[in-house]
Design a protein around this ligand. Structure first.
Ligand code: ADP
Ligand code: MG
Length: 293
């Protein structure tokens, strides 16, 4: 099977989700796992992009996934979100096997995600963009009709108003909620992405390099927002990041990949002092640039 075939089949495949008995994996927190990737292997032709990787995200926690370029971070992210089908291993959501579920099914079951390059309806306001995401999840049937109707004839339900306002406040966008999405600074656009994920009522959110393109101040603000979010909403966050410093500050548990192999996993203080992690980073050009340790 070629890579393209695999991606296609992963993106279009069946809806069945089977609950399978499993022992609770050791996630180092004692809390119930929301997402668990177990013994995942992915090959691209002769290249082993992921080799027997296991990682779990408990409720209300922030888990980091780091590693030098080419380590396999994006591949693991894609396996969990459903874009890439693993050659071996399983993905569980609250104990149910979702390895064969499509991206859409996983989203419906509560796996949200953000993109590295936020894409918004630029002619709509921040609030309207977030409202559309709410309707994608809660009122799909009215979505297209609403897009075609003038704004004043679109009545919003009280529950919708409440959910959207709450998400806007949570991510700190109140002051710009009526601004057009066009021309928003990247830091704000990333928050819109988060609010759109939040109104879809996810159990977990996967974040793809959320700090890329942000300056240190914006990164710190975004990090505080994530901490609050995981605490207040009990959402599990999986953070795929190039910025090791951000992950060390933010995550309760960190997994480090190098050439598709899991070389370390543990709380930040362990990772900070791990010889294997130092060796992996100092063997790569971006170690100094990351300035992580
Ligand atoms: P990271 O996100 O950590 O930089 P990736 O997961 O993107 O790493 O890539 C891991 C390895 O798999 C790299 O060697 C990359 O070239 C390879 N790879 C990723 N996606 C594909 C693909 N679709 N086809 C072939 N090789 C791929
Ligand atoms: Mg990547």
């Amino acid at each position: 099977m070629t890579v393209t075939d695999r991606e296609k089949s992963a993106a279009s495949d069946g809806d069945s989700v089977t609950a399978i008995p499993h022992s609770t994996p050791d996630n180092g927190s004692g809390r119930q796992d929301l997402i668990s990737a177990q013994n995942v292997t992915v090959r691209f032709g002769g290249l082993v992009a992921l080799s027997d990787i296991s990682i779990s995200v408990p409720r209300g926690s922030i888990v980091g996934l780091v590693g030098p370029n080419g380590a396999g971070k994006s591949t693991l992210f894609n396996v969990i979100s459903g874009l890439v089908r693993p050659d071996a291993g399983q993905i569980l959501l609250e104990g149910a096997d979702i390895t064969d579920s499509s991206v859409q099914t996983r989203a419906r079951l509560g796996i949200g995600r953000t993109f590295q390059r936020p894409e918004m309806f630029v002619s709509l306001t921040v609030r309207e963009n977030i409202t559309l995401a709410y309707r994608m999840r809660h009122a799909r049937s009215r979505l297209w009709r609403d897009l075609l109707l003038p704004a004043r004839s679109r009545a919003a339900g009280a529950e919708e108003e409440r959910a959207v306002s709450e998400a806007i406040t949570l991510v700190g966008l109140k002051s710009v909620e009526h601004a057009r999405a066009a021309g928003l600074p990247l830091g704000h656009a990333r928050r819109v992405e988060m609010a759109r994920a939040i109104v879809m009522a996810p159990k977990a959110i996967l974040l793809d390099e959320p700090s890329s393109g942000l300056d240190p101040t914006e990164t710190a603000q975004f990090s505080r927002m994530l901490t609050m979010l995981s605490g207040e909403r009990d959402i599990g966050l999986l953070l795929v990041e190039h910025n090791v410093g951000m992950v060390l500050d933010l995550c309760q548990r960190i997994h480090v990949l190098d050439f598709g192999v899991g070389i370390a996993a543990g709380p930040p203080e362990e990772i900070r002092h791990s010889e294997a992690v130092h060796a992996a980073y100092f063997g790569h050009a971006e170690a100094a640039e990351g300035g992580a340790f």
